[in-house]
Design a protein around this ligand. Structure first.
Ligand code: PMP
Ligand code: GLN
Length: 384
């Protein structure tokens, strides 16, 4: 067959680094501190709620935007934790945050639109922007604190900019955007009449008293912000793929249109179980946070004993480390060597950058792993 059938817009797309590194972890029987998912199970009571839903006949299509009790549960926790008032029509339940991001970007970005993203970025932003025909414009979160330079953000905005994508708590750096940073971004969004997509999937994973601030809470931002989150992170069940987008009705209606023709609806029993899980957040969160804080402290302490220098994260379940001086050519060399020769899988973060070379000097590790797995993986890194 001489004919090339692939659409041009997928020409730059390769297998994701997460899938690549998980496959290598499997092939080399390595400790997997790469792909972001817990290697322990989520709560049994959530599984039981799903089974109860199945047994009581909740097995046919859900309404396309999501079952009412889940949308109500999302609405209620946004009121309780952030004092944000939404109505159920402003919430669209999606197949994970991944689909929420895809449907949102498809709904608003078209050929030639520019989208400002902070690098290192979560990889699906780039793919979604390209699939929509948009143009990604990167602003670097610079080492060591992963702050952005205000002038660089201002310079990234042009007449063609339509959207800024934000992720706080941030994957892969563990940064929490401060109120001052969010206000600066909000001012620019308002001044230039831009949409802001705020990916808050790690909203409840914050440490050391740091607070997560949704940008929608900043004055003037609620009507131009699309907030995205995922029950996969909060309840440690990434495989269930239940996420949502929240935005004022004009925007949520547009997102719902794409969602309708992408997945139509998300699996019904899982939605019932997650509606119940969200209603239990208050009693669930203290233990959840304690567990992850302990893991964050273990990985940091163990890394301090090695030649890799950790950047203490205030949120998410990731930690960035600097490569030891003079041992590797770059991050890809380090990640390849570690998985092949030392049996530990990590993520080389340079794939999350378009502009800066800073990613080549680091690795990302995931600490959503059993304590023994973390200790074992870092001990292997300690041999370098
Ligand atoms: N955004 C970020 C920042 C993530 O880290 C992830 C998954 N790790 C997602 C979105 C996708 O979430 P989901 O698995 O719910 O699709
Ligand atoms: N978000 C996860 C991570 O950052 C990976 C999810 C995926 O592989 N799609 O590792």
């Amino acid at each position: 067959m001489g004919r090339i059938f692939n659409a041009n817009r997928i020409a730059s797309m390769t297998t994701s680094i997460f899938a690549t590194m998980s496959k290598m972890a499997f092939d080399y029987n390595a400790t997997n501190l790469g792909q972001g998912f817990p290697d322990f199970d989520g709560p049994t009571w959530i599984m039981e709620a799903a089974f109860d839903a199945m047994k009581s006949g909740k097995n046919q299509y859900a309404p396309s935007p999501g079952i009412m009790s889940l949308r109500k549960a999302v609405k209620d926790y946004h009121k309780k934790y952030y004092d944000l008032d939404w109505n159920e029509n402003e919430i669209v339940v999606t197949a994970g945050a991944t689909e929420a991001l895809y449907s949102t970007i498809q709904a608003f970005i078209e050929q030639g639109d520019e989208v400002v993203i902070f690098e290192p970025f979560y990889d699906s932003y780039l793919a979604d922007i390209i699939l929509a025909g948009g143009q990604p414009i990167c602003v670097t979160l610079h080492k060591p604190n992963f702050d952005f330079v205000k002038e660089e953000l201002e310079a990234a905005i042009s007449k063609k900019t339509k959207m800024i994508i934000l992720n706080t708590p941030h994957n892969p750096t563990g940064k929490l955007f401060s109120k001052e940073e969010l206000e600066f971004i909000a001012n620019l969004a308002i001044k230039n009449d831009l949409l802001v997509v705020s990916d808050e999937v790690y909203e409840f994973l914050t440490f050391d008293g740091a607070t997560h601030i949704p940008i929608a809470t900043i004055e003037g931002m609620k009507k131009r912000t699309i907030t995205i989150s995922s029950t996969g992170k909060t309840f440690g069940m990434t495989g269930w793929k239940i996420g949502y987008a929240i935005a004022n009705e004009l925007l949520s209606t547009a997102i719902q249109k794409v969602h309708q023709w992408t997945t139509f609806a998300v699996n019904t029993p899982g939605q019932h179980a997650m509606a119940h899980a969200i209603s239990m957040l208050e009693s669930y969160l203290p233990e959840f946070r304690k567990t992850y804080k302990e893991k964050r402290d273990i990985i940091y302490k163990e890394l301090k004993k090695t030649n890799f220098k950790p950047h203490l994260p205030l949120g998410s379940y990731f930690i960035m480390v600097d490569l030891p001086d003079g041992k590797f050519n770059d991050d890809v060399d380090a990640a390849t060597n570690l998985v092949r020769e030392h049996g530990v899988a990590t993520i080389p973060p340079s794939v999350f950058y378009l502009k800066s070379d800073e990613g080549k000097t680091m690795l990302r590790l995931c600490f959503a792993k059993q304590n023994e797995t973390i200790i074992e993986g870092i001990a292997k890194m300690g041999k370098i």
